[in-house]
Design a protein around this ligand. Structure first.
Ligand code: DGL
Length: 271
């Protein structure tokens, strides 16, 4: 098998990264994919950078043991705190979700006021504001952790009174900042797009990091002459660190298609 035919490896703390996988499949249907959801240790968003970095290395090592040509860190939290360390440790391109989202937000804003929402760990890391300011240091960035969105989405409560009230409570301050662009800095938030755009109003552009990341993956593969142009859909493999049932049930909704090959695995811990 030539390098070109190897799959793309993707990891996330759990189910959420399937929003990124969905965009990869829709833009690069010929590519094979191996997805690892660390469902036994989700959520990452409440953990320390050291712990999340250790998890990232363990996930990376597993995906490499399967043979991959490019690694995607689909989790915003893991991308925020461990992208550089992982990038330096592997011989293939590594794509995180922060840079693509930051680039798209910087390009979209007209009034140079951007909001970023994410997990506690992502907001604490300051990764989005520094990525945005490294593109244009005149942009003002307002960050806000919205931790309750993750369990809401995991439960499938992406519409209705509870989701609306939670979003309204979190975002009422953000609305007062006069932003014209809002980065959905967490894998789960694209599923709340309807409610978020209703609350923020038509003057605010929502940036979906998943879409931007898929575009960055295409560019990286093209730059390394590794795009798989063979006709026919690529293979799809899924691995989880806890039982697969809930992952399949909720994940099929995230992904919009069925999950057939799935296996529970034990990750080797870093020593
Ligand atoms: N995947 C995480 C992220 O994008 C959300 C869930 C978690 O906290 O692990 O930040």
């Amino acid at each position: 098998m030539s390098n070109k035919d190897l799959p793309i490896g993707i990891f996330d703390s759990g189910i959420g990264g399937l929003t990124v996988l969905k965009e990869i499949i829709s833009r690069l249907p010929g590519e094979g994919t191996i997805y690892l959801g660390d469902t036994a240790r989700v959520p990452y968003g409440i953990r320390s950078p050291e712990t999340v970095t250790r998890y990232s290395f363990e996930n990376t090592r597993f995906l490499f043991s399967r043979g991959i040509k490019l690694l995607v860190i689909a989790c915003n939290t893991a991308s925020s705190v461990s992208l550089e360390a992982v990038r330096q440790s592997v011989p293939v391109p590594v794509i995180g979700v922060i840079e693509p989202g930051a680039r798209a937000a910087a390009a979209a804003t007209r009034n140079k006021k951007i909001g970023v929402i994410g997990t506690d760990a992502t907001v604490r890391s300051n990764a989005y504001p520094s990525a945005i300011r490294s593109i244009d240091d005149t942009i003002e960035v307002y960050s806000l952790p919205c931790p309750l969105f993750v369990p809401l989405v995991e439960e499938g409560w992406t519409e209705g009174a509870v989701a609306e009230l939670t979003a309204e409570t979190y975002l009422s301050d953000m609305r007062g900042k006069g932003i014209d662009t809002l980065v959905l800095g967490c894998t789960h938030y694209p599923l709340l797009k309807n409610i978020l755009s209703q609350i923020m109003g038509p003057g605010v552009t929502l940036i979906d990091s998943a879409i931007e990341t898929a575009a960055a993956i295409r560019s990286a593969l093209a730059a390394h002459a590794m795009l798989r142009d063979t006709p026919g859909g690529g293979s799809r493999e899924f691995y989880v660190t806890d039982s697969p049932e809930k992952f399949v049930r909720v994940g099929e909704r995230f992904l919009g298609s069925s999950i057939s090959f799935i296996q529970k695995i034990e990750l080797e811990s870093e020593v």
